[in-house]
Structures are given as structure tokens and as C-alpha cells.
Design a protein around this ligand. Sequence first.
Ligand code: PEP
Length: 261
Amino acid sequence: MAPRKKPFIAGNWKMHTTRAEARALVGEIVRASRALAEAEFVVIPPYTALAEAAETIAGSPVALGGQNLFWEDKGAYTGEISGPMLADAGCDFVLVGHSERRQDFGETDETVKKRIAAALRSRLRPIVCIGETLAERESGRTWDILGTQMAGGLDGLDEASFRRIVLAYEPVWAIGTGRTATPAQAEETQAFIRRQLEDKYGKEASSCAIILYGGSVKPANAYALFRERNIDGFLVGGASLEAASFIEIAAEAIKAFKEVK
Ligand code: PEP
């Protein structure tokens, strides 16, 4: 059975916040994080606000992430951002394969794999997103889809590199829709993901893996979700844009963590 880990709470701000808004939001999260030491926090602002966020988190336990990266380190790739640039901007993490990138920007398992390699080259920890659409779930293809996404994205990744990544199960039908997976649905799927990882990397490495749940996480559902054994934290979209709800999600997860150690 996977040991309980400190709740890992990441906020994906997507294409929101000016620099001033980002500074204010991170400031509130930093202040609250001091009283919530049992959680790990990552904020993932837009690129334009990374500098403000990096300044504001300095000396705090809050970590910084980028929303995407290109697989080359530099070159003639107008509009792209590289791993070395994100590391230089103060990032420790980077999202890879978010469903919005897969659906709207042509991300594939092959490009996910290349971005994971690029992130690791720059000592960034990739937060790798996987998840099925509603049609895929309803046609009984969830396990196939997740299995394929994992096999493709993690293809060739050795165990030491695997230990640097964070996985995020994000059912596409739950992202930004207000429709959350039930705790039982999320747990069933996350347990499946961990079993797949166990087949590939062994029991110890898979039980240490951080597997997040994402999809309409809110203060009202965070406690019940985090009580599930295979949910190690959350990737939060909409509710991370308000400090109060993001912090309350962390507080709810900590409450569940203390109860179900
Ligand atoms: C996300 O974008 O990763 C996400 C989970 O969004 P939301 O929380 O708004 O569903």
C-alpha cells in the first residue's frame, strides 16, 4: 500500500493574472503556507509573471513551476520557452501534457516524452498530466487511454528519472467543468495508475511516486478526495486563482492527511 505523503498542492493559473495580480496572489499564499507546513505548495503562473512570483516566494517553502516548455534548449523557435529559461526564472517544476495542450495545441504522447526529457535535462521536475475524455470513459476505454498515455510519455524513462517526476491524473471531463470525479472514481483510477507504474518501476518506486488528482478540486471536495490512499495531492486550476480557496484546499488535505496516516 502506498504510504501517505504530505499533500502536494499545485496551482495552475493558466492564462490569468497580470504581474501585479500575481504578486498579490503569491504573497497571500506565501503568508498562509507558513502555517500549513504539512503541505507542499507549487504555484504555476503565466510566463510573464514568473519573475514577480520568483521574487515573492524567495525564502519561503512555496515552489515555482512553468506551464509548458519546448524540447530544445535554445534556437530559432519563435514563441517557445525552454527548460534552461524556466530554471533561470526560478522554476523547480514544469507542467507537461496538460489536457488543454493536448486538445488545443496538438500535444501527443511523443511530444510529452520529449518535453519530459528536456525538463529533466534542466533539472526541472515535470508534472506530467494524463486523463481520459468523457467519450473515452463512457465507452469503457479509460484504462486503455491512460495505459497508452503512460507507455508513450514515459517510454525509455529510467527509474532514477522516473523518481523526479510527478504524475497528475486529470479526467478531461472534470477540468474546468465543476464536475469532479467522485473520491471512489478518482481512487480507482489512481490505484490503476500506480499499479501500471509498479509493473514498470517496481513496488518501492511506484509507492513513492506522487500522483495528483486534478479536475474541479475545491475546498468542499478536497477533504474527501485526499482521504483516498492513492491521491497524494491536487493540481488545481480555477480554485487556485483565489488565495482563500487555494489555501483552504491545502488545509482540508492536511486535515485528511492527519486522520488517514
Ligand atoms: C487544471 O487546469 O489542471 C484543472 C484541474 O483545472 P480546474 O481545477 O479548474 O478543473
